[in-house]
Design a protein around this ligand. Structure first.
Ligand code: CA
Length: 222
């Protein structure tokens, strides 16, 4: 899942980016409000981690503009310990959750998973499609009751397919969910990961839709 991290503090941003990457998120990190606004307009994020005190455009103003423009992306705001007022304004301006600095990286990752889950209309932390089960928090997948060993990107790709079961996904849409800016992406990377997933699961788990992309049927019948 791809996350936008908006934080002007170098140390905090660096730590958050590393922690979220460790938890399996692809993270784009920007350090001011204007860059964040541009990123939101051009990229489809699963969630946003937003500091409120930012150069060029405040987090609060950015949030208001995004909501006014109809952007529904889940937003978690970061605030200072004594800034109750900021948290209230943030939540009233369209934030979905908040964390007080300094925060625990595991808690940040868990809150993001919860936000993303709820925004997708999923109540349970466990995803199920046909005979597939995926636990995003524990980073575990099962097929027909047996654990499946997946590399990081394979897991992220399977997660993307399961969240979008029944929908045809283009290679570009899939790549956008898997890779952050600046990450080297081979032109056939998605095809290679799909090939590995089919081998580890079953060929019918992911169907090729010629000229368009791939589809995971809601009920895997293979
Ligand atoms: Ca700041």
């Amino acid at each position: 899942m791809r996350i936008l991290l908006v934080e002007d503090d170098a140390l905090l941003g660096d730590g958050a980016k590393a922690g979220l990457a460790q938890a399996g998120f692809a993270v784009d990190w920007v350090k001011d409000g204007v860059a964040a606004e541009l990123a939101l307009k051009t990229t489809d994020y699963a969630a946003v981690v937003l500091d409120l005190g930012l150069p060029r455009l405040s987090g609060l103003e950015l949030l208001r503009r995004a909501r006014a423009a109809g952007d529904k992306v889940p937003v978690l705001i970061l605030t200072a310990r004594d800034a109750v007022e900021d948290r209230i304004k943030g939540l009233d301006s369209g934030a979905d959750d908040y964390l007080v600095k300094p925060f625990d990286l595991h808690e940040l990752a868990a809150r993001l998973r919860a936000l993303v889950r709820r925004s997708g209309g999923e109540a349970a932390p466990m995803l199920r499609v046909g005979e597939l089960e995926l636990d995003p928090a524990a980073h575990r997948a099962q097929f027909r009751g047996a654990p499946v060993e997946l590399a990081g990107r394979e897991f992220a790709l399977l997660h993307a397919f399961m969240r979008n079961a029944g929908r045809v996904m283009s290679r570009e849409q899939l790549a956008e969910r898997l890779y952050a800016w600046g990450e080297e992406v081979e032109s056939n990377a998605i095809d290679v990961h799909v090939h590995h997933l089919r081998r580890k699961l079953s060929p019918g788990t992911i169907r090729t839709v010629r000229g368009v992309g791939y589809l995971m049927p809601r009920e895997t019948d293979a």
